[in-house]
Design a protein around this ligand. Sequence first.
Ligand code: TMP
Length: 214
Amino acid sequence: MSNIPRRAAFIAIEGLDRSGKTTQVATLQTRLQAEGIPVKLLKFPVDRTTAIGQMIDSYLRSQSELDDRAIHLLFSANRWELAASIEQLLAAGTTVVCDRYAFSGVAFSTAKGLSLDWCRSPDVSLPAPDLTLFLDITPEQARSRGGYGEERYEKEEMQRKVRDVFHQISSEFTAATWVTIDAGREREDVAEDVWNFVRQLTGGLSSPLERLWE
Ligand code: TMP
């Protein structure tokens, strides 16, 4: 018997723009609640009204310019601000679902030309998700859904590069911790896949929370 008390699962949902990520995260939250499982939804970048959040928001709307490394570090700092509360929530039995996490940080900054190793380093030792679900969509499928919005990275060439880096990152994880889901299908089918992976963790885990990229 292990002495480690059971804790809740930490789940990250990553995805390309137009992949339906926001809808899927909301559907998952509703489903967990319907099953009576305590859940906390976090979104990165977090709350765009904090000091760091405001800087990120203004950058994403192209209202300010920042060095690529500076914005990368702000995104990472934004995660570190919440690292302790993620651990507390999990220990208290609340499943944490993150809408984007460190993998977005690495994918977007690497796609801009920074080295993958450099991009990873500020996020090393963050709480590691027990499961990351990557909602994958081809640039062609994204275009057929109405193209991209107004924000800085919502351009086809950028999204193509981001997708490549996500695929590269995924190859470092086991099939149990990283799942790529074809998000080009009907939203109900995608939601069913998401649920089938998440439900396996809803009973909690007795293994300690791991640290990212350690
Ligand atoms: P959102 O569209 O999910 O609100 O994400 C905002 C944008 O920020 C999106 O284009 C991805 C980008 N991003 C980064 O560049 N680095 C990060 O660390 C995170 C979390 C998001």
